[in-house]
Design a protein around this ligand. Structure first.
Ligand SMILES: [Zn+2]
Length: 89
């Protein structure tokens, strides 16, 4: 099987191989209850090839990076890192 799309972990920058157990994260809108509360929800999904092509998805190479992504989201309200922002350009 040949990968026509290559994926990179949005947390650590690792390239996806076939055997890796990857996860996806999607940030969705929520009603903004109070000033200063996060205005997005953090959704963790099992890897799915079709959905992985969705540009709203973040790609995570495993449990460690999924935890790192959630920590970043809870701390900063975003999981974009300098690394991810750079690789998307
Ligand atoms: Zn990673």
């Amino acid at each position: 099987m040949v990968w026509d799309v290559s994926f990179t972990c949005d947390i650590c920058g690792k390239k996806k191989g076939e055997a890796n157990h990857w996860w996806m994260v999607m940030l969705g809108d929520v009603p903004c209850f109070d000033e200063g509360q996060p205005s997005q929800r953090f959704t963790l999904l099992p890897w799915n090839l079709n959905e992985s092509r969705n540009h709203d998805m973040y790609h995570l190479c495993g449990q460690n990076c999924a935890m790192a992504a959630m920590e970043r989201f809870m701390t900063h309200g975003t999981i974009e890192s300098d690394l991810a922002a750079h690789s998307r350009r």
